[in-house]
Design a protein around this ligand. Structure first.
Ligand SMILES: [Fe+2]
Length: 431
């Protein structure tokens, strides 16, 4: 009997972990997964009712996030907690039996449900801090919660606690990010500097990301300028570059340091930065209409192979296409945990190969125009042909100062003619 219970519970542990996996690795629908996890624990414990609560600090209470088996249950059930209840839950060893006499140790009687509905409580803790509680009701057939069963339930609770903790962490990061953006939005005169400072905070996740958003803003502005956009549009593209990866604030840090290929769940969490970032910027009123689309769609590709919506070239706006090119260009030049950064020549070659199937050819062309201007300037005023104008000589370089422009204008002309040839299907002139 004990062996059956053990085997049963080992299976359940794996089952609960499998159900909690999406939450632990980035799934944001806590209620859905909490309900699934609760049901498998209940079925393994043979409990007829159960509820999962999360701990809220101010005011101190347990608030339900999932419940099952009850004929009537409030939308959110709460147990206000006194310091003695919190203390008892922090120091309890594993799951505990609840009975009339013991209820008051862990739960108050001032909630909108009765503690008498439950026969077992398993406090959920992460690094010694209370994050919630799992409460189970009567077992089918009126059986008791044996010590062995309580110990097995206790083995599951760290995983459920971690899922709740991760979710709360992500929610508070999202709220803080939105609030910071709103603050910046309220001080219009400092947009550019404030956004640049904000962009730097997006990139603190990993050393390989440092400066990425600032550089993408810089390259996007350069591409926009070479495409003939006006000053306001160029400013908009710089801001869009600064903010394009804002959703990464909630991506788990360890994913950026993973030296190998990402597991499917990790890839999904990384890909979700587009959707989550979109959710954040949708709550802020920007003076630029393209920000939302850029944040959501900068990983879409012209042939529909991108994410999150598998949009194709015709569905993508010019700002989205510009950021996709600027982002790809900077990613190519940067070191990653799994590869060294490309040289400038390699990046320019690869970019022109990616157009028009993946990236927009006009945007790539505009980037090459800007690179050529840097390359000409690099030659010095005496060797450059045609002669550079005084304006051109004082112009800010396109490339970030960390990247040497060791590429000749002739090389870039070659990339441009290759690009044109491919876009025009091998014809020098199209009729
Ligand atoms: Fe991104």
């Amino acid at each position: 009997m004990a062996d059956t219970l053990n085997n049963n519970f080992q299976n359940v542990t794996s089952q609960v972990l499998a159900d909690l996996g999406p939450v632990l690795t980035g799934e944001r629908d806590l209620h859905h997964t909490a309900t699934a996890a609760l049901q498998v624990v209940m079925s393994a414990a043979n409990a007829s009712t159960g509820a999962l609560f999360r701990f809220q600090e101010k005011p101190a209470m347990l608030a339900s996030i999932a419940a099952s088996g009850f004929t009537m249950f409030p939308q959110t059930a709460v147990f206000p907690l006194l310091p003695k209840h919190i203390h008892a839950m922090i120091h309890a060893t594993g799951a505990q039996r609840l009975c009339k006499e013991r209820c008051d140790i862990f739960l108050s009687s001032t909630g909108n449900i009765s503690s008498a509905w439950f026969r077992c409580i398993a406090p959920l803790r992460v690094r010694g801090k209370l994050v919630g509680a799992l409460l189970l009701g009567e077992r089918h057939g009126g059986a008791n919660y044996s010590s062995e069963l309580l110990a097995q339930i206790g083995h599951l609770t760290p995983y459920i606690g971690l899922a709740i903790y991760n979710h709360q962490l992500m929610s508070s990061l999202e709220e803080r990010t939105t609030e910071n953006l709103r603050l910046i939005a309220s001080v219009h005169s400092f947009w550019d500097d404030a956004l640049a400072a904000f962009a730097a905070t997006i990139d603190v996740k990993h050393v390989h990301m440092h400066g990425h958003s600032i550089r993408v803003g810089r390259y996007a502005a350069g591409i926009a300028e070479a495409m003939g956009m006006n000053v306001a549009e160029v400013t908009e593209m710089r801001a869009a570059g600064y903010l394009h990866d804002i959703g990464k604030v909630t991506v788990d840090k360890h994913i950026f340091t993973n030296p190998g290929a990402l597991a499917p769940a990790e890839f999904q969490e990384m890909a979700d930065h587009t959707v989550l970032g979109h959710r954040i910027v949708s709550q802020v009123h920007f003076p630029w209409p393209s920000i939302g689309a850029v944040v959501r769609s900068h990983h879409e590709r012209a042939d529909g192979s991108g994410y999150p919506d598998r949009l194709r070239s015709d569905d993508l706006s010019v700002p989205v296409k510009i950021i996709a090119v600027a982002d790809t260009f900077d990613a190519m030049l940067s070191d990653r945990s799994y590869r060294k950064g490309r040289t400038l020549g390699e990046a320019a070659t690869e970019l022109s190969w990616l157009a028009p199937a993946k990236l927009d050819a006009d945007c790539v062309h505009a980037l090459l125009v800007q690179l050529r201007r840097d390359a000409v300037r690099q030659m010095g005023p005496d060797r450059a042909w045609p002669k550079t104008s005084p304006d051109e000589r004082t112009r800010k370089p396109f490339l970030d100062s960390s990247i040497a422009c060791h590429i000749s204008p002739t090389d870039i002309d070659h990339f441009v003619s290759e690009l044109n040839r491919r876009v025009n299907h091998g014809r020098a002139y199209s009729a």
